[in-house]
Design a protein around this ligand. Structure first.
Ligand SMILES: [Mn+2]
Length: 372
């Protein structure tokens, strides 16, 4: 059988406040087209369908539309699990009757041990879970970390293996040795939450979600598909796409997705960035991370840059920031830190601190003084 492996759609995600829903809808269309062109027998979504446990109405409508398109209209069987960003309960509503149209959505730990068989492949759908869930399920308090839990899980799954069939695990966790990018959620607490890939050896293929780069792991049969879109500056040069897995020939092919809007990282001076000829080479509706090489104060810098690059998601100083010595130095000796901060902020942004900022600054300074 052939299936498409994707994950981490994060429907409803915003990028520095910019709504990505239209881009996500367009990216979905690309994924759907690949599924059709590749004539897959099923589509696997390995968790984090939504970006949040309580998604917006617009996000719910969008995911609903996408799943209806794939499953009811295009008639692809779907195999999906909940990720750490999804609410298992909210996402899982309706999953029992979805099965009647070959939409297998598992958000429930206990159901992970009942394989879904399509053609000659058994799929085990393991949703994102917490250690306590595994302890409760196995009535075993000695499961001290995710590795020991996964050993118990895999052991129980293998007892369900039909030796005449291929075996695929769909899961959502951090596999040890994997490399992260900035939009991955950091959930490793004291090293308890990384799973050793060797534990998953009984499976012919492990379709993982959680990490957003397909290059996160260097394993032949244990793979992350990565997110279908770039969600952070560190992904600017990453190619996004989906895996097409053939469980008969064991050919695994990468199908790239074209970004709807590019994400550019521009490292340059303010003068060059605001040179119309330079700016012209970039599409206005792309996303930009700007690393300014200047060190001096540039009044209204964000507003002026946005004239050329309306969608700036990060603005930073490559070579640090040269504070305007004059006033600050003169005042430094005599003023208290809050006054100093206020005048510095005003001098660099041309704006006074807002009420809220003042509150934060006061609280932070108080905290800092306490720690001294
Ligand atoms: Mn994710």
């Amino acid at each position: 059988m052939r299936f498409l492996h994707t994950a981490d759609w994060h429907i409803g995600k915003t990028l520095a406040g910019y709504d990505l829903l239209a881009d996500q809808a367009a990216t979905f269309k690309e994924i759907e087209q690949i599924a059709k062109d590749q004539q897959v027998d099923a589509v696997v979504i390995a968790g984090d369908l939504y970006d949040r446990s309580v998604p917006s109405e617009a996000a719910i409508n969008e995911l609903d539309r996408e799943l209806i398109q794939l499953n009811l209209k295009d008639q692809f069987p779907l195999l999906a699990i909940s990720g750490n960003h999804d609410s298992a309960t909210r996402l899982g509503i309706g999953r029992q009757w979805y099965q009647s149209t070959a939409f297998f959505l598992n958000t429930d730990f206990q159901s992970a041990f009942q394989p879904i068989t399509i053609k000659a492949t058994q799929f085990f759908l393991l949703p994102y879970f917490g250690l306590q869930q595994a302890k409760n399920y196995f009535h075993n308090d000695s499961l001290r970390d995710l590795n020991s839990a996964m050993k118990a899980i895999v052991k129980k799954m293998t007892s369900q293996f039909d030796p005449k069939k291929a075996h695929v695990l769909i899961a959502h966790f951090y596999a040890s040795g994997a490399q992260r990018v900035d939009s991955d959620t950091n959930m490793e607490i004291g090293g308890l939450s990384a799973v050793d890939t060797a534990i998953m050896a009984p499976f012919d293929y492990v379709a993982l979600g959680h990490l957003h780069s397909r290059n996160a792991l260097k394993e032949e049969r244990v793979r992350y598909s990565g997110s279908p879109m770039k969600f952070s500056a560190s992904e600017a040069n990453l190619e996004k796409g989906v895996w097409i897995v053939d469980t008969d020939s064991w050919q695994i092919d990468w199908q790239p997705l074209k970004p709807v809007h590019q994400l550019h990282v521009l490292t340059s001076s303010f003068a060059q960035l605001t040179d119309p000829q330079f700016a012209e080479q970039y599409a206005k509706d792309d996303y930009f991370v700007i690393k300014l090489t200047d060190r001096q104060v540039i009044p209204d810098v964000m507003t002026r840059l946005r004239e050329y690059y309306p969608q700036i998601i990060i603005l930073e100083r490559k070579n640090g920031f040269q504070a305007p010595h004059s006033q600050v130095d003169r005042q430094a000796a005599s003023e208290n830190p809050l006054d100093l901060l206020q005048s510095f902020y005003e001098e660099t942004t041309n704006n006074p601190l807002s009420k809220q900022q003042l509150k934060w600054a006061t609280a932070a300074l108080k905290q800092a003084q306490k720690e001294d």
